[in-house]
Structures are given as C-alpha cells and as structure tokens.
Design a protein around this ligand. Structure first.
Ligand code: MN3
Length: 223
C-alpha cells in the first residue's frame, strides 16, 4: 500500500528525438488518525516525529534514488545502477514498512482477531496468545534497528513470524507477505519507553488493528 502518488513528467532525449517518460513520484501517505490518537500507548510527539520526519525522509530519499536510477538506466551505466541498490532497499523499505505500520494500528485497538485470521492463527501457533508471545520474543530480540513481523507464506499456506534488520522490506527479502509489523527502531519508542523495548512491544498490541491484518491476509489469498 503506497499512498497517493503524483505523476511527474520528465523530458528525455533519445537519439535526437524528444520522448516523454512519466515517473511516479512517491508521497507521504496521510495517517488514518490524529497524532495523539494512539495515546497513551504511543505519544503524539513520537507519532508526529515518526510520520512527518522519519517516514517523510524515506519518501524523499526514495524519490531521489529512483531519479538517479532512471538517469543511470538511461545512460546504460550499469555500475551506477548497481550502486543504487542500498539506497533503494533502505528508503524503499522504509516507505513500504511505515505505510503498512500506520494501517496496522488504530486508536484503542480493534479487539482480538476473529474469523478466518483467528482460525489460521490458532492452526499455525496454537493460540492467539502463543502467536503474540512468539512475535514479541522475536521482535524484542532484533539486534539494533529493525522490525518484527507476522507474515504469510504463500508457498506453505501458513502464517510465520520473522524479523528483519534495518528497513529490509519483508516480502522482497524473505518472500513472506507482510501482515503485521512492529517497528523497533529507537525512534519508534525511545522518547516514551527509553531503553525498555519489551514494554513498548507489549503495549503495542493494545492499539493493533486486526481488521487491517485480516484484510491483508485475505488479499494475499490466506485462509
Ligand atoms: Mn520507524
């Protein structure tokens, strides 16, 4: 889910002929709730900085990297194309991850999962509680900055827990479809929870939006 995009027209001169190409420019998606709506679990100050500064920076730097990529491809400059890999993965991953993260949360939380998603969680983890414990342990254990995920493995038809370093996007790096992500970069919790990452991870389930997770599961063909 990539939020709104605007189309930018760029002129490109190819063998003396003026051709037009259109590049989709990424934009920061609006939050589906106010900055203070997740309090007391996540403070308005954290949400404002996280969305309007951190996520916005990933979006801006992704646009810059894609522009450089387009130039490098146009020049047939393979070395520069390869050199942009890190910036694309980091900023593209940051944009993808945060776009999911905001939707994964909602004021007051949605209540426990139900329906098809609840059945799949019970089948693959034994219980909702067991899934939360496994996801929490894996997320708390991320070394440095990264994300914990509940993902869907299309090949096996099963839900899976995973952890990713930095902004590595789940699907591009593991093949799992991202359903529910927990951002454990310090910018996501430090102003409020200081060094106590386990308290933040425990609290975030109070604002989890399992309706959004269920919609992602259904869209991936999960059952
Ligand atoms: Mn973040």
């Amino acid at each position: 889910m990539l939020g709104a995009r605007s189309i930018v027209q760029t002129g490109l001169r190819i063998t003396g002929v003026q051709a037009s190409s259109y590049r989709l420019k990424h934009t920061l998606p609006d939050l589906p709730y106010d900055y203070n709506a997740l309090e007391p679990v996540i403070s308005a100050e954290i949400m404002q900085l996280h969305h309007s500064k951190h996520h916005a920076t990933y979006v801006n730097n992704l646009n810059v990297a894609e522009e450089k990529l387009q130039e490098a491809v146009a020049k047939n400059d393979v070395s520069s194309v390869i050199g942009l890999h890190g910036a694309l993965k980091f900023n593209g991953g940051g944009h993808l991850n945060h776009s999911i993260f905001w939707q994964n949360l909602c004021p007051g939380g949605s209540g426990d999962p139900d329906g098809v998603l609840a059945d799949a969680i019970k089948r693959d983890f034994g219980s909702f509680q067991a899934m939360k414990e496994k996801l929490s342990a894996s997320t708390v254990a991320v070394q440095g900055s990264g994300w914990g995920w509940l993902g869907y493995n299309k090949a096996s038809g099963k839900l899976q827990i995973a952890a990713c370093p930095n902004q590595d996007p789940l699907e591009a790096t593991t093949g799992l479809v991202p359903l529910f992500g927990i951002d454990v970069w310090e910018h996501a919790y430090y102003l409020q929870y200081k060094n106590v990452r386990p308290d933040y991870v425990k609290a975030i389930f109070e604002v989890a939006n399992w309706n959004d997770v269920a919609a992602r599961f259904a869209a991936a063909g999960g059952k």
